[in-house]
Write a protein that binds this ligand. Sequence first.
Ligand code: NAP
Length: 461
Amino acid sequence: MMVISLCYLVAAVLFILALRGLSSPEGARRGVLMGEIGMFIAVVATLLHKDIVTYEWILAGIVVGSGIGVAISAKIPMTKMPERIALSHSFGGLATALVGVAEYLREAESLTYFKVGALGFETFLGFLTFTGSIMAFGKLQGFISGAPITWKGQNYLNITLFFGSLVAIVALVFHRELSQVFFAIAGTGLALGVMAVLPIGGADMPVVISLLNSYAGLAACATGFALGSQILIISGALDGSSGLLLSLLMSKAMNRSFANILFGAFGTALEPGAATPQLGGAAKAYNEATVEDAAAVLKASQSVIFIPGYGMAVSQAQHAVRDLAASLERRGVEVKYAIHPVAGRMPGHMNVLLAEANVSYDKLFDLDNINDDFARTDAVIVVGANDVVNPAAKKDPSSPIYGMPVFNVEQSRSVIVLKRSMNPGFSGVENELFFQPNTMMVLGDAKKTLLSMIGELKEGH
Ligand code: NAP
């Protein structure tokens, strides 16, 4: 028992160090490794527990679970990461909820008040996370409409069901024999997961997934109290609090209130190729440029900043970005990358993609560290970014993205935008930057355009 407690202590320290490592791109790989070692120690220590009767089922679970996990990770591309995370959370939520049901059926009569409360809470949150994550997965994957699905009185109903379930958990604590109440709590958790995610737009799903992660963590924490497992309490609390903090940070970086994301039916999914919203009446003029025009600007530049966005992920253009940067550097050009906290569709999205392409961390600059450089930069290459370079966020109080911190791209001498059309980005807002005289729109898939630009630079010397 002593050895197990010691292992749990080591695992808990490793989990905390893992979170610390994950808070910066440089430490992320080390953080993941620490988390993996911590989890391995925690699992092995748990398997040594004297209460384990037989190992066959556990072994079967490990083999099947590892097989599914490896297959999913090997197959899913980087752009589908939010979907994969949603799926993992649904498994976690379901596992927690089923443990809760099993424990209730096994020994409800002999449990303390506190443990019954923990079981009720765990089962409710576990089922809510399960169906909520399946809904999030379906919305992102396109099985369910990505648009918010709303009806009158929806928020009141959801809030009533949530608080009604909390009241039912209190009732269960004092009447643990009322299995109908227990199963009503479980059923409400399942229903609420579906109903709470329906009104949220597909593009807001990353924030919701992070929140569901927090719920899964809280459910695991409650399981720890119900089963008397310290490591579940610690890891669940860490997971719950970090998920909540991440959701808050994401909504802050998007300049959206949490309530607006959860109840505002914003984030309407825009399919590529969808018509540009009619914002200003007649179509405005913009400078459509060729790859040759863009290459000519780059040849005359001494300093270039790349701004990657969601389109770089869609086009998988990170390697081409790195190659163009290398080609420019060989010509003596100073190259930097400007990384916005909410570029892409998940926190750190651009960092991960650029790290995959071996772009050195010291060339990546966040908003505060690069925003003053634009005014003295010759050319900015916007690779599939849109909202994070929209000046309306600074200038137009009526814009839905007003207040979101954005790059001062318009201050640079030339702006080269790589995207496929004049369609808006995630927020559905027209981007004034694309119509400015110093902006060149090179329309087409970002990767193809970048590869042609590299070829053009080589040819022209
Ligand atoms: P964005 O505003 O969504 O714009 C992405 C642009 O990429 C689109 O305008 C699209 O234009 C272009 N694109 C798509 N596929 C492309 C391809 N193959 N080649 C070239 N271009 C392509 O992206 P962003 O500037 O990165 O901003 C992120 C947005 O997502 C923000 O509004 C943020 O609040 C939101 N968000 C972020 C997170 C997060 O954690 N990072 C989470 C939730 C929401 P075309 O269709 O014309 O090609």
